[in-house]
Write a protein that binds this ligand. Structure first.
Ligand code: ZN
Length: 348
């Protein structure tokens, strides 16, 4: 899922996102709540209509962003009081108000309000945080069930149905992750996310926690790993059984001139590209690689042209989406021809 924080994937128009094959976008509740405001989006017919996006949208609960405002927030049983990074004004998110905000925005998939446990944290702190997330998950679900039909409009797909996903926490502790998964499943959601990772822990630990948490999540429901990763990592996680991922990396890196290609990472700002007439990635079919040279992309970046950000982002998104298309293709081939049971069948 490309990240469209403020109802926009920075620098890329919606028709190009469609052309790239984007099926679902992520929007950030915290940012949309502050600007332009949930009520404004709701009055304009919801996020799909407002941003003219006919495909699926997922909104986060706002929890992760609020928790990253370390100096600007206060957590209680009831919820989180925080100060806006824009103007310092004071706001309050609870499981109930986070549900109201996401119901008002109208995304297809919305997320339970959770506490993202910081890293590092001791076991006592990880447990307390996990317990709080479980109580908030129950409150999120209850409020969602009571109010989900109050949306007066229908999204582009012609349905106002929203799905609320639960989030597994538990820090870096395998036992707590197991308990969090089991008790979140007990509450019951149509999909489950693994939260609280990519918060500064070493990558091997991320993988270990993902792997051990996945064992306890149902395989017949979407399993969503929040906030990862590099092209290599998303293939690895898909291989472990993750179905959904989101990351700002392809778009944020693009704006800093860091491009992912089939031949590895390229920093387009480097002088060695100044006279290079070759495409950015000879194996990429995107509109940027089909049309422009590395020399031109380097010139745009060095000259601080807006077009540099646009073209770099289009390519990086294309590379990520191609990567996931290849993953899906190999999964479908595996099902038809490459599954272990087919391979191990004795010859007649
Ligand atoms: Zn390309």
């Amino acid at each position: 899922m490309p990240v469209g924080t403020l109802a926009s994937v920075k620098g890329v128009p919606q028709d190009i996102l469609e052309e790239l094959g984007v099926q679902i976008l992520l929007g950030n509740t915290y940012h949309l709540y502050l600007r332009p405001g949930v009520e404004q989006v709701r009055k304009l017919g919801g996020l799909h209509r407002f941003m003219a996006w006919p495909r699926a949208i997922l909104t986060d609960s706002g929890g992760f962003q609020v928790f990253s405002l370390t100096d600007l927030r206060k957590v209680t049983e009831e919820g989180v009081t925080f100060r806006s990074h824009l103007d310092g004004s004071t706001h309050f998110f609870s499981p109930e108000s986070a549900m109201d905000a996401q119901i008002g925005l109208g995304a297809d998939i919305i997320m339970a309000f959770d506490e993202c446990t910081e890293y590092p944290a001791d076991r006592e702190r990880m447990r307390a945080s996990m317990e709080l997330t479980l109580r908030w998950a129950e409150r999120s679900k209850k409020h969602f069930e009571e109010h989900k039909n109050e949306v007066p409009w229908r999204n582009y797909v012609g349905t106002a149905a929203q799905s609320l996903f639960g989030i597994v926490q538990g820090g870096m502790d395998r036992q707590l992750r197991k308990e969090s998964a089991e008790r979140t499943i007990e509450i019951g959601f149509p999909g489950y996310a693994i939260g609280g990772l990519s918060v500064g822990e070493p990558r091997p630990l991320t993988r270990e926690v993902v792997e051990s948490t996945l064992e306890h999540l149902p395989t017949d429901k979407p399993r969503y790993l929040m906030g990862v990763g590099t092209p290599e990592e998303i293939v690895e996680y898909a291989n472990l059984g993750i179905d959904m991922m989101d990351c700002v990396l392809p778009t944020r890196a693009a704006r800093h001139g860091l491009l992912f290609t089939s031949e590895g990472k390229i920093s387009i700002k480097q002088a060695r590209h100044a006279g290079d007439e070759a495409p950015l990635d000879p194996n990429c079919g995107c509109r940027v690689c089909q049309r422009y040279s590395r020399a031109y992309l380097r010139h745009l970046y060095a000259s601080n042209e807006v077009l540099a950000q646009v073209l770099n982002t289009v390519h990086n998104l294309s590379f990520y989406l191609d990567t996931m298309r290849a993953v899906r293709h190999s999964i479908s081939l595996g099902k038809e021809t490459g599954s272990p049971c087919v391979q191990s069948r004795p010859k007649p």
